[in-house]
Design a protein around this ligand. Sequence first.
Ligand SMILES: [Zn+2]
Length: 398
Amino acid sequence: MRLQAMRIPPCVRGAYADLPAHQTFDLWIEAGDVISIAPSTEPARGTLLSGFVDAHVHLDKAYTVGTAGAAEGDLMAAIARCAADRVSWTAADLRLRMLRALEDAWACGTRAMRTHLDWASDDMPVALRVFEQLREQWRGRIDLQMAALVSLDQWADPAAAQRIAGQVAVTAAGGTSALGAFVYRHAALREKLEALFDVAQRHYLPLDIHVDEGLAPDARGLRTVAEIALARGWQGRILCSHACALSVQPPDEARATLQACRDAGIHLVSLPTTNLYLQGDWAGTPVERGITRLREAAALGLAPCIATDNVADPFYPYGSFDLVETFGLAVQVAHLAAVQDWLAAITVAPARAMGLHWDGRIDEGCPADLVCLAARDDHELLTPAGRQRSVVRKGRFL
Ligand SMILES: [Zn+2]
């Protein structure tokens, strides 16, 4: 197969990263791999990216909004609605909903995903077995990773922590699996996080934390995570999502937190759809929007990711698993320019954050797992016509 005159953003190129952004390329694909890339003199026919990587989703919650109801901007109400709905989740129901999510993501061009799974008690959730089956069935199409979403208080209970981490360690034999928590202004925050780090280090499992998902300026979960990671020398094994509170903290304080994150090798993930829905005023038009400081993070040398988070559940009743859609929203709400420089946030950055075998840079010898977007330039990327795409997997169009 030959792809002609494709624009490849420099941040997604392997070789030729120093050529101008508007440069186009011809690619030859054989036996599932890109076997050669050469600069073209033709004007762009479209934009070529590596398959998308979604570092933060909730497959177990997806498509429950019909039974659970939407939370209209109240995170605690969303948590309560989800908990009430969860008691009726069966393996069959989970499988149908999770499959629907995977089919959607697959058609949109996603090649890997990390899903959080609610861990409401010390017992293994029903969703874990369904996840493990789907992980096997989808291996090579969408590579699946898992993070156990556990309350921070459970990690502070040594018996519960040991039991949960033991279950996650068993799952990790089949693919990367992380310990996670929801962290927001907890009493004894540092002590509980230290307990979580203890168990993660004991089992050599990565951490994946929902942190500071709110607009209270005194939320310092992210800073605390970074400080503990640095003190323990446990760098590069932590993914932190949301960090909404950074957006309302004084710039100097936010900057110091981001510097600590950079030094601790923390991967920062922004989730614009859910944040826009749950954060900010609902009594009137919102002013604060809860989007973390993506631009400041990038300026300090972090490589932030943008991910989907919730789809059609109490936390976000709309949406799909189309990362281009989410990316376009982030571009507008966070003023991400130049657009082409940020496309790493749904390709290369999450591939590295998840430790994938291929980091998503398009180069000779890389897998031909690609997305050809119709957009011929940055501006068209944010139009419905520009988002039209053909997905190439193992060297063939879907
Ligand atoms: Zn989440």
